[in-house]
Write a protein that binds this ligand. Structure first.
Ligand code: MLT
Length: 209
C-alpha cells in the first residue's frame, strides 16, 4: 500500500536512481490507475507517481473545482495547485526521487492542473506532457520557465477545449520561457494512438537516458 502523503496514489520507483518520474494526472471522473498503462507504453523505466484528484463533481474525481465547463474556481485552483505541489515534494522526499526530474503527464482536467503547476509553482516540474489542455489561470507576473520542456497535444475538433484556448496556453508558456512542442490531432477530446506515438517520440528525445 502507498504511503499516506495527502493523496491516494499509485507509486512505482524509477528503474534507475536518477531516471525521471512521471506525475500522472487523470481527467474528470478518472482515478490514479487510469494513466499507468499509458506511462508504461510511453516511458518504460520512468517512475510513476499517480494521485487521485480530491475534488468530487457529482462523484467524479477532479483536481480542482469548476463553476461550469471550462470556467474554473480560481481560488480553489490556487489552493489545489499548492496542495499538489506539497504532495510532489513530500513524495520525492519519502520515495527518494530526484526532485529535478519530475515530469507531469496530464489529460484534460489533469493537464490543466499540470499547466497551473507550471505557471504558479515553477520549479516543481522539469517538464510536462499536456493532452487536451487549456489556460487554467494567467499569473501576473509570469514565472520564469526557461529550461522547462512541454509537449502539448490538442484535438482540432475538441468540443471541451477550443483550439484558441490551447493556442493561448502555448503562447503563455512560451512567453514564460518554456520550450513548447505542439501537435494537433484531427479528432476531438479522446486520446488516439497518434497522441501516444508523438508523445513517446518527444519523451525518447528528451528524457530517456
Ligand atoms: C476542466 O474542467 O479542467 C476542463 O474543462 C476539462 C475537463 O472537462 O475536465
Amino acid at each position: 500500500m502507498a504511503a499516506d502523503l495527502g493523496f491516494d496514489h499509485v507509486f512505482r520507483a524509477p528503474a534507475a536512481a536518477h531516471a525521471p518520474t512521471l506525475l500522472l494526472l487523470h481527467g474528470t471522473g478518472g482515478n490514479e490507475h487510469d494513466l499507468v498503462p499509458l506511462a508504461d507504453t510511453l516511458a518504460p523505466g520512468a517512475g510513476v507517481l499517480s494521485p487521485r484528484g480530491k475534488v468530487l463533481e457529482r462523484g467524479m474525481p477532479r483536481f480542482f473545482r469548476r463553476l461550469s465547463e471550462g470556467v474554473f474556481d480560481l481560488e480553489d485552483l490556487r489552493v489545489r495547485t499548492r496542495e499538489l505541489t506539497a504532495f510532489v515534494a513530500a513524495a520525492a522526499s519519502h520515495y527518494g526521487l530526484d526532485p529535478a526530474a519530475i515530469v507531469a503527464l496530464g489529460f484534460s482536467n489533469g493537464a490543466n492542473i499540470a499547466a497551473s503547476t507550471l505557471l504558479l509553482e515553477p520549479g516543481t516540474l522539469a517538464g510536462a506532457i499536456l493532452f487536451r489542455a487549456m489556460v487554467p489561470i494567467v499569473p501576473d507576473p509570469l514565472p520564469a520557465l526557461s529550461g522547462t520542456s512541454v509537449f502539448m497535444s490538442n484535438g482540432r475538433t475538441d468540443s471541451l477545449i477550443p483550439a484558441a484556448e490551447a493556442e493561448r496556453l502555448t503562447m503563455l508558456l512560451r512567453q514564460a520561457g518554456a520550450i513548447v512542442h505542439v501537435e494537433w490531432q484531427p479528432g476531438g477530446h479522446q486520446l488516439t494512438r497518434q497522441d501516444l506515438a508523438q508523445a513517446q517520440k518527444w519523451w525518447l528525445e528528451r528524457w530517456s537516458a
